[in-house]
Design a protein around this ligand. Structure first.
Ligand code: XMP
Length: 607
């Protein structure tokens, strides 16, 4: 059965996903199409009830700005252009766009000026979010203005007869007060009934999967993350647990209690899960390894070795197909479109995997879903709430959160308060931060950086201020790419000596980090703050201050939507104090630091 749907023409990455997920929350299927593919796909497809042209980062004046076939305006379907899409729509139909005299970013008050269906149930004045330099200055024939802001006379326009609408503001962002209502009004204009629900998805997908799998069995690797776990539970329910085999690899670098938690949760719903206890193999391979990229590579290869060994002892050829928990953004972002430069290739779409997908040897039961829909499906399948709503956790696990050091570094701080590493620094810098003798990964400009963290010398607890200062300092001083502040310490007095011993990943260090990480999660849950942050890495640094303890813990609370950019999770000071005190009960810990770096210039993970 085909659902009624609205298609989003993707003029630039993340904007399109945000619009699509907002539309789906109103129970209407939204699909993303590349501008180049659009007209052919749209023609004659009765299930398409409306078209949205997304915003995008480019200007319509750029030579390589994305274009779609203007014929889509003649299909007789309602069209809504947003931001770039609005300008593109107006320009394509004979209107004029010019670089705006005033560039509008952020909050703007929209005044509704006519009785347009797009603004039904919206007050005459309300706040919408803007982000544009160019603006529509002359309307195409048949169009009239229906909304304006102080800086933008054509903030909303429509052609009533043809059902064409253009808005300069972004209804999809949560900061737009009545953004959801604008999108809902557009759906009413499209005359959709709202037939997209998780229950229906389950029923329809069930049929498809049964046909696709035939009489074969299914095998998949479970990481404990939401996507693979929901895929596994979904397949187990559809095909029966005897036909679906899950393999969970214990790398020895999982969170405290993770193996039990995943096993118990999945076995509770009747799934057939095998855990391979491969900690020795992973930790053995990481012995004497110090380089972050090399560590990742080793972890990746060890996964492959473990899987190969499993295959060689279990005959999984012939009657088996492989499943993976790919979700909708992963499939779209690897689409190889003209605009692919800014988009990553997901490992579930590597060329060799794509070949297997084309041959029908891999199934992806949740590839149509966004993360929030995957979670809804997980709840529908009866998975525990805590499992379905857990924070993302990286594949290489705590391995990328245990920093290593190939040679011992010692910094003796001279009485006037400067260390060897920053001996060359200027007066003002000495006041602002101290360079720590360890390096972490960051993202500055187009590439990744590998530089020192700066320990801010700053009083008070104002995370927003510290985050701002961090950005300024990192932009200015090339030897640092992230900033931390001191939350608590097991040493006395001011910092006189910092030692970074030679060390790599080993079972003892994993255990130290697991304990600290567990304290963070437990306290987040106890203080009902777990869902206030998107992710919360805890990182282990081989750093000892004043020769007290051998390790330092860094807390990295993250506020983000998609991990592409992130800011510091602004949790209350009392939370950080409690966590730091508990962590410092372990006397092998010298200090607890808080990372106050946004992404960019820092990355979320330290390696
Ligand atoms: P960064 O550090 O690049 O992280 O800002 C962005 C998001 O990706 C996660 N991450 C990974 N996830 N395998 C994964 O499955 C990896 O190798 C990996 N590295 C980073 C990270 O936790 C964050 O959510």
């Amino acid at each position: 059965m085909s659902h009624e749907k609205v298609v989003i023409i993707d003029f630039g990455g993340q904007y399109a996903h945000l619009i699509a997920s907002r539309i789906r929350r109103q129970n209407v299927l939204a699909e993303i199409l590349e501008p180049e593919a659009a007209t052919v796909d749209l023609m004659g497809d009765e299930s398409i009830k409306g078209i949205i042209l997304s915003g995008g980062p480019q200007s319509v004046f750029d030579a390589d700005s994305p274009q779609c076939d203007p014929a889509i305006f003649k299909l007789g379907k309602p069209v809504l252009g947003i931001c770039y899409g609005h300008q593109y729509l107006c320009r394509s139909l004979g209107g004029e766009v010019t670089p705006g005299k005033i560039k509008e970013y952020g909050r703007a008050e929209l005044q509704v000026t006519s009785d347009c269906a797009l603004f039904k149930d919206i007050p005459e004045k309300s706040v919408f979010w803007m982000s544009h330099g160019d603006e529509v200055t002359q309307l195409p024939e048949g169009f009239e203005v229906c909304g304006q802001t102080e800086a933008c006379g054509h903030a909303a326009v429509w052609n009533q007869e043809k059902n064409l609408y253009g808005i300069q503001f972004h209804p999809e962002v949560t900061h737009s007060e009545f953004g959801g209502q604008v999108l809902q009004n557009f759906l009413t204009i499209c005359e959709v009934s709202g037939d997209w629900t998780i229950e229906k998805f389950f029923e329809e997908e069930k049929q498809k999967i049964k046909e696709q799998v035939g009489d074969k069995n299914v095998f998949l690797f479970v990481s404990g993350g939401v996507d693979s776990t929901v895929s596994f539970a979904f397949l187990s329910q559809i095909l029966g647990p005897e036909r679906v085999k899950g393999l969970f690899v214990d790398t020895g670098m999982l969170r405290q209690g993770e193996v039990d938690f995943v096993e118990t949760s999945l076995k509770a719903i009747g799934a057939d899960l095998t855990t391979l206890r491969s900690a020795d193999q992973f930790l053995g391979n990481l012995k004497d390894q110090y380089d972050p990229e090399k560590k990742r590579e080793i972890i990746g290869h060890t996964f492959l070795d473990v899987q190969q060994e499993f295959f060689s002892h279990n005959d999984l050829h012939g009657d088996w197909v492989l499943a993976q928990g790919t979700i909708y953004p992963d499939t779209i972002e690897t689409g190889g479109t003209k605009h692919a430069a800014k988009i990553k290739t997901h490992h579930n779409r590597a060329p060799e995997v794509q070949k297997l997908i084309d041959e029908g040897k891999i199934i992806e039961p949740i590839k149509e879903l966004y993360k929030d829909e995957v979670r809804a499906l997980g709840e529908f399948l009866g998975l525990p709430h805590d499992l379905v709503w857990r924070h993302p956790f990286p594949g290489p696990g705590l391995g990328v959160r245990i920093l290593c050091n190939a040679t011992e570094e010692i910094v003796d701080i001279a009485p006037r308060g400067m260390g060897q590493l920053n001996a060359f620094t200027m007066q003002e810098k000495r006041k602002a931060f101290m360079v720590l003798p360890i390096k972490s990964v960051g993202v500055q400009g187009d590439g990744r950086s590998y530089r020192h963290p700066g320990l801010l010398k700053i009083d008070g607890f104002d995370l927003a201020k510290q985050e701002q200062l961090a950005t300024k300092l990192i932009n200015h001083y090339k030897e640092i790419n992230r900033c931390v502040v001191m939350l608590g310490q097991n040493f006395e007095g001011s910092i006189k000596r910092i030692v970074a011993p030679k060390t790599c990943v080993d079972a003892d260090r994993v255990e130290i980090l697991q304990r600290a990480d567990h304290i963070v999660t437990e306290t987040l849950v106890e203080q009902k703050l777990y869902s206030d942050v998107w992710q919360f890495p805890t990182v282990l640094l081989p750093i000892s201050f004043n020769d007290v303890g051998q390790e330092t813990i860094v807390l990295r609370p993250i506020d983000s939507i998609d991990a592409m950019s992130a800011s510091v999770g602004k949790l209350p000071q009392s939370f950080f104090q409690e966590v730091a005190e508990k962590i410092l009960e372990d006397k092998s810990i010298s200090a607890v630091l808080l990372d106050v770096t946004s992404k960019p210039p820092g990355t979320i993970e330290w390696e």
